[in-house]
Design a protein around this ligand. Structure first.
Ligand code: CA
Length: 382
């Protein structure tokens, strides 16, 4: 009787795969099809009648599960379907939506009764300033294949996975990134690198997931992105060799990533000066700051120069005039057009921000190594 149920359920799921409708695979439907199948085709030994070569078979399935097959065999519980009917039909072609405790897609290449691998997914994610592209590196290792079991870095890397990266911002929709050349790359050595630019200040979870042989693997980590800018600016007002003031320049763009479609992109610069003594130069962000208002700045505002490209090849695109927006924020607007990109799909720009305050302190943001704190990219419209 077990074999009969097995065979009939295969028919049910084959029907589901063909129809991909929410009504498919429900408990009542399954029973109806069970009955039909029992009558029409009482052939035993259905578990080995698949395409073959998949290994396992019905006997390999864990207790309470059975072997199913589209092109290969795999294990599912009887009468399963997606928990969320809306997801039925959302799977890639050749796959269908199944559930154990959560919804996932299954399809060819999954092996019946395949044991769960002891995979570990490591992540290396630098602190992300907004608008600066960061490389997030996931490394997948097989912890059952280690030269030194005590050292995870000696465990065999696992390349070639159909891995997805994702970012779930707090209170926002989750962004999913499948492998894509130049965006999320399989390095071929167990590393998978996601190049991503974070456009918003905030926190969220970043992670990766993949399914192999019917088993799902998943990991996630908390991460934060903060306003870009520089904070290692110091001024020795009494020239005794010890800094007395620290400065911060924070900048952000709104709304969204600048596009070279001729519309104006808005940028704000937040200028701050510390007033505590002594100044902490090791962890300058721990100083106590006030915003610098126009009356405290030479020229009533910082100077802002738009630069194209970075490093040796940087060229000036001209000065832009900031307007005071209150609360220490200075705003500039700049329209980017296709010509600004020089024919490329994207180009790097940055703002060189300078100021002299009423204590005679000079701050040059974006000069030398500090330039990287101000880089952003403008993309061509799609
Ligand atoms: Ca001093």
């Amino acid at each position: 009787m077990k074999s009969l149920n097995l065979r009939s359920s295969m028919r049910v799921m084959a029907l589901c795969a063909a129809a991909l409708t929410p009504a498919c695979g429900g408990a009542d439907d399954a029973k109806a099809d069970d009955a039909k199948a029992d009558d029409a085709d009482p052939t035993p030994d259905a578990g080995t009648s698949g395409s073959g070569g998949a290994g396992g078979g019905a006997e390999a399935c864990p207790e309470g599960q059975m072997c199913m097959s589209m092109e290969e065999d795999y294990c599912v519980e009887d009468g399963q379907q997606c928990l969320d009917p809306a997801l039925v039909g959302s799977c890639p072609e050749g796959q269908m939506c199944m559930s154990m405790s959560e919804d996932y897609c299954v399809g060819a290449g999954q092996v019946c009764g395949a044991p769960r691998k002891n995979y570990a997914i490591e992540i290396q994610a630098p602190h992300a300033h907004i608008w600066a592209q960061v490389g997030i590196i996931f490394t997948v290792r097989d912890l059952d294949a280690c030269a030194d079991p005590a050292d995870q870095s000696t465990c065999a890397p696992v390349p070639g996975l159909a891995i997805e990266a994702f970012f779930a911002p707090k209170g926002g929709a989750t962004e999913v990134q499948p492998l894509a050349a130049g965006v999320f790359d399989d390095g071929g050595d167990g590393t998978y690198t996601w190049l991503r630019t974070f456009g918003d200040v905030g926190a969220g979870a970043i992670g990766a997931r993949f399914t192999q042989d019917g088993q799902s693997y998943f990991t996630a980590f908390g991460m934060e992105s903060s306003k870009a800018g520089g904070e290692r600016y110091f001024c020795d007002t009494d020239a005794d060799g010890t800094p007395d003031r620290a400065f911060q320049i924070r900048w952000a763009a709104a709304p969204g990533r600048p596009v070279a479609d001729g519309s104006a992109a808005a940028f704000t610069f937040e200028i701050m000066r510390s007033f505590n003594t002594p100044v902490n130069t090791e962890q300058p962000w721990t100083n106590t700051f006030d915003h610098l208002r126009p009356a405290e700045l030479d020229g009533m505002a910082p100077t802002v120069e738009l630069m194209a490209d970075g490093g040796e090849g940087a060229t000036s695109m001209g000065a832009v005039v900031p307007v005071y927006a209150g609360k220490g924020l200075y705003k500039v607007e700049r329209a980017f057009a296709a010509g600004d990109l020089g024919g490329a799909a994207a180009r790097t720009f940055w703002f060189k921000v300078g100021l002299t305050d009423d204590l005679g302190c000079r701050v040059d943001g974006g000069v030398g190594e500090d330039e990287a704190n101000y880089l952003f990219s403008v993309v061509s419209p799609e």
